[in-house]
Ligand binder design. Sequence first.
Ligand SMILES: C[S@@+](CC[C@H](N)C(=O)[O-])C[C@H]1O[C@@H](n2cnc3c(N)ncnc32)[C@H](O)[C@@H]1O
Length: 422
Amino acid sequence: MRADAARVLDAVMHRGRSLKVELSTAQSRIDDGRDRALLEAMVMAALRNRADYEATLKSWLPRPLGQRDSELRALLYAGLAQLDVMGLPSHAAVDATVEAARLLKRTHQAGLVNAVLRRATREALVRADAQAGWPQWLLQHLHADWPGDIDAILRASRVSPPMWLRVNHRKTDRDAYAARLREQGMDVRMPDHPADALLLETPVAVSALPGFGEGLVSVQDGSAQQIADAFALKAGMRVLDACAAPGGKTAHLLEREPGLQVIAADIDARRLRRVEEGLQRLDLSAQTLVADATQPDAWWDGRPFDAILIDAPCSATGILRRQPDILLHRRAEDVAALAALQSRMLDALWSMLATGGTLVYATCSILRGENDRQIRAFLQRTPAAQLEPLDAAFGHDTGFGRQRLPGEDGMDGFFYARLRKQ
Ligand SMILES: C[S@@+](CC[C@H](N)C(=O)[O-])C[C@H]1O[C@@H](n2cnc3c(N)ncnc32)[C@H](O)[C@@H]1O
């Protein structure tokens, strides 16, 4: 499994491959659920803390590792992560990582792996500057957008997130479900907000959640759970979830009001299948539709919607703790392209909203160009759009929506704004 971690890390760090794809492919070959979870935790920890491990190897190795040793570097990162942040018993971690060097046909380097990891059990690692490993363009955005919060953002973005659950109150309630978790020995908290949420500081495999298969509970960050509160939902309302996949928010809206007529649309047919699977697990139904939100002429029947959710594709800079590979792969020009797409989506979908209807725009970004500046520009060019106030318990008021920064209240970085059509 350490060898798998090294292969995944090598592909992601050195060959530009997607973390999600590489990890799920590696996990699909592992039978044991706990091993799958351990692999994920190891890869995530190594990526989140890679700047420290790079600094440590630079200081401890007599010569820098060459390109041909990229897999060895990845294995060392996985080894250091186990000792540094995962709290695994050090002897087992060292031995298993040395063994992985052999599995990777690097028997000649097993001694080096052993020496580095044994040293790490005795000595403090070398810590890199907090901004190391962050691309310059992103640091510039953060300096411009959140000058007083940079240190907190950098810190929160490398912390392993707690596990947020959303209790399906059609089937149970928070007290009853929390009691079931406690019966299983889990340490569960019931936060004041959001209303359907429970919190596990120590994440568990989904298969360990009682009644998961029967739809009693879903895994969804607290920030994302805020969206259902932004709509005043009533049975019979026509709702469009324009960027629905994998379906967390569609399902939550329907759990709140199963009598909604929901169209769950997404441009990605494969991801849309996950919406269908999720709804089936929860005994909910919606019409799913492969559709480009910027091209309504190709699929819209002309009947206006009472409510529209745009959970827009974005830089995902609010969820770096979940997707640490973004720091490696996202480019400055991607953000400008995403902002242009978001703006086209707002314009196209606004035309489908009924007068008096509500449109909620959300992102898991912390960049103002995708969030409050996006909404400010939309309001300037759309006289019928009126900004509405939102739950004051959520993050910060930016003047054009509310922004939560990563880690605040233990949740993901997230922005949302609510607009009414006059
Ligand atoms: C942030 S994710 C949505 C998450 C989802 N709402 C949930 O809660 O599970 C953004 C989604 O937008 C979709 N998307 C990207 N471009 C699109 C477009 N032009 N039209 C419709 N969907 C699009 C992506 O495929 C992706 O699934």
